[in-house]
Design a protein around this ligand. Structure first.
Ligand code: DX5
Ligand code: ZN
Length: 217
C-alpha cells in the first residue's frame, strides 16, 4: 500500500501561494486548512481564496474544513472543485447527509475527528465516507507536538476499515514529521498530512521524498 503525502500549505508563505504550491508538485494532494476563528481559534481563508488556489495548484486539493456549521458551508468547497472535502464530526449536525451531498457534487467525502472524539460512533457509518481523518494535535495551528495518545484510535480505525472491506483512506494530520512518520504508518495511516515538516526545511521536495522513504521502510 503506497503511502500518500499531502503537504499542508498552512506552513507556507501566503504572500506567494503560486510559488509555494509549485514546491509541492511531487506530493499527492495539497492540504488546504480552512479555519473560521470559531470552530478553532485561528483564521485562514474561505471560498474566494480556495477558488484561486484550485485554479493554480499543480495537484488536486484536499480541503480540511475547521469551521462551524459544516452542513451549511462544506458543499461549496466541493462545488469549487476540491477533490476531497473533509469536515469535522464535531461541527456537523447530519454527517451522513452532508457526506452524501459532497459525493453527489463529485468530491470525496471525508470525516475528521479531534483528539477527544471517538471513532466508535462512526464505525457502522464508515461506508458513507471515502476517508477518515484522525487529528493528532488539537486543530488550529501548525507546528504542534504530535499526540502519541491518538495512536490507539488510528489502530482501531484501521481495524474497522479492514473489517469493512471498503476502500476508505485513513488520513492523519498534526505533528507528522521524520520522527513520527513511522509510528503513524505502523498504526495504519495511509495518507499523511505534513505542514511544518515540508515547508520548514529549505527544500520542500526533498522533505516530501524523505517522508515517503521513511513511510515505505
Ligand atoms: C492543524 C492543521 C494541520 C496543520 C499541520 O490544525 O489541520 O493541517 O497544518 O501542521 P503540522 O504538520 O506542522 O503539524
Ligand atoms: Zn489540516
Amino acid at each position: 500500500m503506497a503511502i500518500e503525502i499531502n503537504p499542508s500549505i498552512l506552513s507556507s508563505d501566503f504572500s506567494d501561494l503560486r510559488g509555494e504550491l509549485a514546491k509541492i508538485s511531487t506530493a499527492d494532494m495539497a492540504h488546504i486548512d480552512v479555519m473560521d476563528n470559531h470552530f478553532v481559534p485561528n483564521l485562514t481563508f474561505g471560498p474566494p481564496v480556495v477558488e484561486r488556489i484550485q485554479a493554480i495548484s499543480p495537484i488536486p486539493l484536499d480541503a480540511h474544513l475547521m469551521i462551524a456549521e459544516a452542513d451549511r458551508h462544506a458543499p461549496v468547497y466541493a462545488e469549487l472543485g476540491c477533490a476531497s472535502v473533509t469536515f469535522h464530526a464535531e461541527a456537523a449536525a447530519a454527517p451522513v447527509r452532508l457526506a452524501r451531498e459532497i459525493r453527489k457534487l463529485g468530491a470525496k467525502a471525508s470525516l475528521a475527528l479531534k483528539p477527544a472524539t471517538p471513532i466508535e460512533p462512526f464505525i457502522d457509518l464508515l461506508g458513507e465516507f471515502d476517508q477518515i481523518l484522525i487529528m493528532t494535535v488539537e486543530p488550529g495551528f501548525g507546528g504542534q507536538k504530535f499526540l502519541d495518545v491518538c495512536l490507539p484510535k488510528i489502530r482501531r480505525t484501521r481495524e474497522a476499515i479492514s473489517a469493512s472491506g471498503l476502500e476508505i483512506k485513513l488520513q492523519v494530520d498534526g505533528g507528522v514529521s521524520t520522527s513520527t512518520v513511522e509510528r503513524v504508518v505502523d498504526a495504519g495511516a495511509d495518507v499523511l498530512v505534513a505542514g511544518s515538516a515540508v515547508y520548514g526545511p529549505e527544500d520542500a521536495a526533498a522533505a516530501i521524498s524523505g517522508l515517503r522513504e521513511l513511510a515505505a521502510s
